[in-house]
Write a protein that binds this ligand. Structure first.
Ligand code: HEM
Length: 397
């Protein structure tokens, strides 16, 4: 008997036994109460991301797919299908290529060191809230083109928007209030920029103000929803995955020593933490045309969720999949998705992750995780750790 429900207390606390059971017993699992299918095998998820019988246009978040919350009414590239998606996404691509992102290394390192300096003297800090989170907020604020203090205030609201109590099914009014406050403030900021005219900048708001999509200028609603998407995707996953990496290395002293002795292994350790505990746990689509997967027929109009984190623990793809092993060099991964919606922030996420880990390990190679303060994120969507306090010998930088 399968008890899987992404909103259940048991799955939010520890999804891994549920995912193992799904892969073993019912890899194309249907839950009638959400009229939604759950794909848990690596190969099924990967193939489905490029199968155009599925649509992103009715929403992709657990709330939209399972609870049928409406997607934003105006176009956002993360919730459009090809070819429309390409028309909106392409205006941002030049800032996110491997080369363009490499040009941000110096700035991101300087920001990281400025945040670390006061923390180094304390001999103790929280990897998520004291360092990785403010860094990610500052980086995405610059890219979007909004002041850092505005982004920090919005980031606190995002945390309250995603906060969940046991038994909670999706967002409650007290969560929704936070989202409305964020989009209201974004609308004010974008409107002020529209009135001021094009400043010639290459931040996302400037680019949206001057670039048409589908032959028309972007509507205010589309720009606001897009800024909101950048903010949420830009602030959440890097801090969770960096905190995860420090936690798992802290629990595996031999692997941590290996990385400290050879920092060129840091990107592999980060990638392994993304595989082992993927922060964007699940995202979905709707079925546009009936399709059969492993003998199960998915009907049009039904939801389908891609359990990325389960695919990344699939034994058919990864040997000893439940072990955190930085020596892995996997040929494929689902950490950044696949297909047209593959993460546009992949290179940036990897760069931020590498710099944060390099700087933490250089400052505190012998850190000890204070396990009593470690907190796992309690959410149907984002997984990982949002509190990982470490202790080390205090230093002046
Ligand atoms: C390093 C950690 C990251 C992970 C694990 C991650 C994971 C993912 C995944 C799995 C998707 C696919 C979504 C789907 O198919 O529906 C995605 C898409 C996306 N990611 Fe990331 N991401 C990361 C970092 C970032 C960063 C730093 C940004 C922003 C600066 C970002 C922005 C986006 C956006 C905008 C999309 C939507 C792309 C589209 O639909 O065309 N991500 N990400």
């Amino acid at each position: 008997m399968i008890e899987y429900d992404p909103f259940s207390d048991s799955v939010m606390r520890n999804p891994w036994p549920h995912y193992a059971q799904l892969r073993r017993e019912d890899p194309v699992f249907y839950l009638e109460k959400y009229d939604t299918w759950f794909l848990s095998k690596f190969e099924d998820i990967r193939a489905s991301t490029t199968n155009d019988v599925f649509t992103a246009e009715r929403g992709v978040t657990p709330e939209m797919v399972m609870l049928k919350a409406p997607p934003p009414p105006d176009p956002v590239f993360s919730m459009l299908d090809l070819p429309r998606q390409r028309d909106y996404r392409r205006m941002f691509v030049p800032r996110y290529t491997k080369n363009a992102v490499a040009g941000m290394e110096e700035t991101i390192r300087a920001k990281t060191r400025a945040l670390l300096r006061p923390l180094a003297e304390r001999g103790r800090f929280d990897v998520y809230s004291d360092l990785a989170d403010p860094l990610a907020v500052s980086v995405i604020a610059d890219l979007i083109g909004i002041p850092n203090d505005e982004a920090l205030a919005m980031r606190e609201r995002i945390a309250r928007y995603f906060a969940r109590e046991p038994g909670q099914l999706g967002t409650r009014p007290e969560n929704e209030v936070e989202r409305i406050a964020i989009v209201t403030r974004i609308a004010e900021l974008v409107t002020a920029r529209m009135q001021a005219g094009d400043s010639g900048g290459d931040d996302h708001i400037s680019v949206m103000l001057r670039t048409p999509a589908e032959g028309q200028p972007l509507s205010l609603g589309s720009m606001v929803a897009t800024v909101y998407t950048w903010l949420v995707t830009g602030v959440e996953v890097v801090p969770l995955s960096v905190a995860n990496t420090i936690l798992y290395l802290g629990r595996s002293p031999d692997q941590r020593r290996t990385v400290v002795l050879d920092p060129s292994l840091i990107p592999f350790a980060y990638d392994e933490s993304l595989r082992f505990d993927q922060p964007t746990n699940l995202l979905g689509r709707f079925v546009k045309e009936p399709v059969v997967i492993r003998g199960r027929k998915l009907e049009s109009g039904q939801g389908v969720m891609f359990l990325w984190a389960s695919g990344n623990r699939d034994e058919e793809e990864f040997e000893r999949a439940d072990q955190f092993d930085i020596a892995r060099r996997p040929a494929r991964s689902l950490s950044f998705g696949h297909g047209a919606h593959k993460c546009i922030g992949e290179h940036l996420g990897r760069l931020e992750g590498r710099i944060l880990l390099e700087e933490i390990l250089a400052l505190a190679p012998e850190y000890a995780v204070d396990e009593s303060g470690v907190r796992r994120t309690y959410s149907e969507f984002l997984h990982g750790h949002h509190a990982v306090p470490i202790e080390f010998r205090a230093r002046t930088l």
